[in-house]
Design a protein around this ligand. Sequence first.
Ligand code: SAM
Ligand code: FES
Length: 347
Amino acid sequence: MTSKILEKAQATHKLTKAEIVKLLSLKETSALFETANQVRREFVGDGVYLRGLIEFSNYCKNNCLYCGIRAGNSHVKRYRLTPQEIVQTAQKASSYGYKTIVLQSGEDGWFDTDTLCDIVRQIKNLDVAITLSIGEKTHEEYAAYRQAGADRYLLRIETTDKTLYEKLDPGLSWENRVRCLYDLKELGYEVGSGSLVGLPGQSIESLADDLLFFQKLPVDMAGIGPFIPHPQTPLADQSADGHFELALKMMAVMRLLLPDINIPATTAMETLHPQGRLLALQAGANVVMPNATDTQYRSFYELYPGKICLGDNAEKCRHCIEGKIQSIGRHIAPGKGFHGDYKKENV
Ligand code: SAM
Ligand code: FES
């Protein structure tokens, strides 16, 4: 039965919701991971794209119940890099060989549109691709960042279960999050989305809906993060048991459904398993986003406990990941790694 579903997925890249649920419920996962690995190799090759992640502010006006930097967490030491520091950090990251810079923050109103556009323009001079991950904005704001040179945008849907989403992200509307994703698509961004896996009240059926949602959009990139409970949030008492395994299955099925997109091996996966990112790279992933934030700020961007590489610096992270990638017979892909680049380079 499983092998039939995997054969169908490999041949057509289409599955019904019931078939996806079946794959996500598997106890014996080696055939699923091996098939996802084959599809990854066929459609995006053995290269791994690196994206240098700069966490430039942990101020956030939102209060997502799962998130360590939510506005309501008064224990967090808040920090905000100046525009000049952000550009300098990007310069350093570029000098370590990163061809994509990801700028991520909480929803911090201090950065108005002009300030953000100015930062984007300055970083763009480094000849890098720019990804923004700064939350829900208006169409006008997204258009301005795009005009300034932003290439990609990451906004996880977190869950397609509207009721669950609005319970866990109080004050936010699920429809508005979807509106953001379609606005970004319409403006010509490469759109990245993704889910949190293991949220309290989240069903396997709703995870299957997430995958069908990504396929419908369709996304250019999607990151699957296991939910890791943070002790200073209302979800402190939840467990993370089984979240890594389920997130890996989600990621593998996503590779089958969207064979040529960019899929990161997420940092949260390595927090739950010492080999998390390497296992993910062997089950469908082709991207890693090493931390390029200055060491002094890293511990304050604590979305969840146990985040890896907190005491390391950007240069060390860059070299460390290269060694790990080579240890599984893969290599760092050259270039900026836009969706479809591999195909273009290999026709
Ligand atoms: N503010 C931006 C946004 O909302 O898209 C970007 C920053 S937000 C902290 C980045 C991602 O962190 C979220 O999309 C969420 O999936 C993830 N995250 C937050 N809390 C987490 C937790 N406890 N465990 C794992 N991932 C978490
Ligand atoms: Fe805003 Fe997490 S609640 S970044």
